[in-house]
Design a protein around this ligand. Structure first.
Ligand code: AMP
Length: 282
């Protein structure tokens, strides 16, 4: 497994592989890998000859009041997991290499970024779109795997791939959960034991909504009120949003019909912001 620390090294490696006729699959992450990340690597492994993992905590997708400086890291463990999952190259760029002095160009996503998390994290998706574009140009992959855990990010990446003419196959990976249903996230490490109990309320709310919809509930507002009350019955929780939306355009829906509906939510548990979602097919 090669470790490449600069964009020049990464570009040269990918260029060489391409010359040799090899295909490249790419999994971008912010590190502190868990089973969710590993599942993306396992999904990507058979798709191409080479498997590239990037670890970069991208500063431009964090607002000044967010957790950039506290973001957890364990490079040694990440490298062990990467090797086990069959990664052939790890890209570990430094901030100044990706954003040298004078950097000023940004990729601004369209209306997809205005919904869900975009309302609460105003700079986030432009930061994501910009770094993903840069990483695509540096790694030059044939396929890239993104998790459905960050469903809105996945849709924005699909759209930017289409809009900016990247010839990259975007592959989605299912949400990997803890035994009690909590979606795996590097940020779960911030939770105290008591908050960890409260964090279960997110996936439990998704399951409750699914059951009620299967039983005939069609009113998203009614469900939102019930789910918010359920989540707020747990200590230290504050719902940021609960949305029922169309899974492609992410627009709010006013009535649940036989069409697939995305239920997405964001909840602060203490200072930790957690997101989760599920696609409901009646
Ligand atoms: P992150 O390191 O949080 O930026 O995530 C890197 C990639 O892993 C993104 O495509 C995420 O959607 C994905 N991911 C994070 N958590 C999970 C999970 N629990 N299950 C599946 N994919 C995940």
């Amino acid at each position: 497994m090669e470790i490449l620390k600069t964009k020049r090294e990464m570009q040269a490696w990918s260029g060489l592989k391409k010359k040799e006729g090899k295909t490249i699959c790419f999994v971008p992450t912010m590190g502190f890998l868990h089973r969710g990340h590993v599942s993306l690597l396992e999904k990507g492994r058979p798709l191409c000859d080479e498997l590239v993992l990037s670890i970069f905590v991208n500063p431009t997708q964090f607002s000044p009041n967010e957790d950039l400086d506290a973001y957890p890291s364990d490079i040694d463990n990440d490298l062990t997991l990467a090797k086990k999952a069959g990664v052939t190259a790890v890209f570990l760029p430094e901030k100044d290499d990706l954003y040298p002095g004078g950097f000023q160009t940004e990729v601004t996503p369209g209306p997809l970024a205005a919904h869900l998390c975009g309302k609460f994290r105003p700079v986030h998706f432009a930061g994501v779109a910009t770094v993903v574009t840069k990483l695509f140009n540096i790694v030059m992959p044939d396929a890239a795997v993104f998790g459905e855990k960050d469903y809105q990010q996945l849709q924005i990446v699909r759209q930017l791939t289409l809009d900016l003419d990247f010839n990259i196959d975007i592959v989605a990976g299912k949400i990997i959960r803890e035994k009690d249903g909590l979606a795996m996230s590097s940020r779960n490490a911030y939770l105290s034991a008591a908050q960890r109990v409260s964090a279960r309320s997110l996936s439990q709310a998704l399951q409750t909504a699914e059951k009620k919809i299967q039983a005939g509930e069609t009113d998203p507002e009614q469900l939102k009120t019930e789910l918010a009350a359920f989540i707020h019955s747990f200590d230290d929780t504050r719902v940021e949003y609960i949305c029922f939306c169309d899974p492609n355009r992410l627009m709010d829906i006013t009535r649940i019909s036989s069409k697939p509906v995305l239920l997405a939510l964001a909840v602060k548990v203490g200072h930790t912001r957690l997101i989760d979602n599920t696609l409901i097919n009646r």
